[in-house]
Design a protein around this ligand. Structure first.
Ligand code: 13P
Ligand code: SF4
Length: 319
């Protein structure tokens, strides 16, 4: 514990010395989330991380999350230095949507408006008309659908399928998925719900349709935390990465949170729902990058210029 306290102190000091700000996602270690808040940074969902990083005057941003979050920060602020605790922290959605295959898919469907999820590489965003996050994807597709647009969507098939169902839009879906959310199981969730009939079910839309169908609230990480705070219930079943429980428990003290079941055996799989790439962020590697300045994120400036259009469209829409 003393080592931990010393590390945290070193990080606070290094953030000041470097005039850097820490931007963290709700799925990373709770200590990093707390540090981000305490030191004037932010902990939030992907949309707010992007906006906060763009608007903050600091010259250096340290992004505790996964690679696409660091890249989005760099695309929005090419003049800033963006550091990440581990450059290998990727995302199965990003990995499952290689830019060349995606470009070929777009070429086959030139009549469609290309909407991509934030969880993609800079090169994929460069090919898109719009980028969206889970908090605003539904509203943006509804808006495009109202204009009579047909959509090409990538990469998350569950989020795409959910939006398609809600909006009735004509959407052609890339078949990607999140390895964490894909593991939540509808049948096991039904059984768990039967044991806790008064619990409200909070679901991230990267989950399969059978899980989303049981949700009281479907939303981004920030939206799910807000729901935990505001819904009149004392018990919640949560179908998203269990890193979120840190903030939920702080935001709604006295309420009880249960992890939604994953895989076959929920009795022995108490904490399967944790992203291995988010877990690469820790106090030690955060302190190391702040000290050395290594692990800087770079995006090809030409690709960045193309990609920023799709991100700006979303941010303008959200404003
Ligand atoms: P949010 O934008 O909801 O925070 O989601 C990001 C993510 O990677 C979910 O798996
Ligand atoms: Fe990607 Fe899933 Fe990890 Fe989010 S939780 S970063 S979608 S692999």
């Amino acid at each position: 514990p003393e080592e931990k306290a010393a590390l945290k102190e070193r990080i606070r000091k290094l953030l000041k010395e470097r005039e850097a700000v820490l931007v963290a996602h709700y799925y990373v270690d709770g200590d990093l989330q707390d540090l981000a808040e305490e030191t004037g940074g932010c902990v939030s969902d992907s949309l707010e991380m992007a906006r906060f990083g763009r608007d903050h005057p600091a010259k250096t941003l340290v992004v505790a999350g996964v690679r696409f979050m660091g890249e989005t920060a760099k695309i929005l602020s090419p003049e800033k230095t963006i550091l990440m605790p581990d450059l290998d922290a990727t995302c199965s959605l990003d990995l499952g949507c290689p830019a060349d295959e995606f470009a070929a898919f777009c070429d086959q469907h030139p009549d469609r408006t290309v909407v991509v999820y934030a969880n993609t590489s800079a090169a994929v965003k460069a090919r898109a008309d719009w980028m969206v996050t889970s908090s605003i994807g539904l509203d943006i597709v509804a808006h495009l659908h109202a204009q009579g647009k047909k959509i090409l969507w990538a990469p998350d098939k569950h989020l795409g399928g959910y939006i398609q169902k809600k909006t009735g839009a004509d959407m052609l879906l890339w078949q990607g998925s999140c390895i964490v959310h894909d593991e939540f199981k509808g049948v096991e969730l039904e059984l768990l719900k039967a044991e806790h009939p008064n619990a409200k079910v909070l679901v991230h839309p990267e989950s399969p349709a059978s899980v989303v169908a049981m949700a009281d609230v479907v939303g981004s990480t920030t939206q799910l935390i807000n729901a935990a705070q505001t819904l009149d219930a004392s018990e919640f079943i949560v179908a998203t990465d269990n890193g979120i429980l840190h903030k939920m428990r702080m935001a709604a003290p006295g309420k009880h949170f249960i992890e939604a079941p994953t895989a076959g055996n929920s009795a022995t799989c108490k904490s399967c729902a944790h992203c291995p790439w988010m877990a690469m962020n820790g106090l030690q590697n955060l302190a190391d990058v702040l000290e050395s300045g290594k692990n800087e994120i770079f995006v090809d400036p030409e690709i960045g210029k193309q990609a920023v259009r799709a991100i700006d469209r979303m941010l303008d829409f959200a404003a």
